[in-house]
Ligand binder design. Sequence first.
Ligand code: T46
Length: 141
Amino acid sequence: MNKSAKGFVREVSLPQIHDPRGDLTFVEGGNHIPFEIRRVYYLYNVPVDSERGGHAHRELEQVVFALSGSFRMRIDDGTTKSDYWLRDPRKGLYISKMIWREMDAFSQGAVCMVLASHRYDEADYFRNYDDFRAEVESHQA
Ligand code: T46
């Protein structure tokens, strides 16, 4: 776990029902996810050299999954940076508010699904790293 005064990330493990017909994994609101799910979105047809993210959220919490393929999430709480590889559809990455994230190294055909605590709101984004750092510092003072 990577912790700071304002935010943290941790792995979320989902059940797997193994079957000769294939595996089944499920997500239950109020059980596996530590917030009410208000939005689901997914990234697909992502070029392998694509770089996504490059922002933090004021309030939004999310759990990110690689449903297929793999990609890297570079996480930064304003003081500490960590890399996480997502490659298992049963294992998501919970990302609290006030965490800067960048995504790259997408494999061919990677599909990223995100469960989010709020509907889309551009005003919730820090898209400038210096603004994000200033907000983190204002809470450390
Ligand atoms: C995050 C990473 C993992 C919408 O209209 N509705 C939505 O729900 C989302 C997520 C985006 N948009 C619009 C906003 C932009 O005009 O879609 C466009 C691309 O969004 P963005 O550049 O923010 O996409 P990513 O992949 O860089 O980031 C997204 C999420 O925005 C972000 O919260 O954590 O995926």
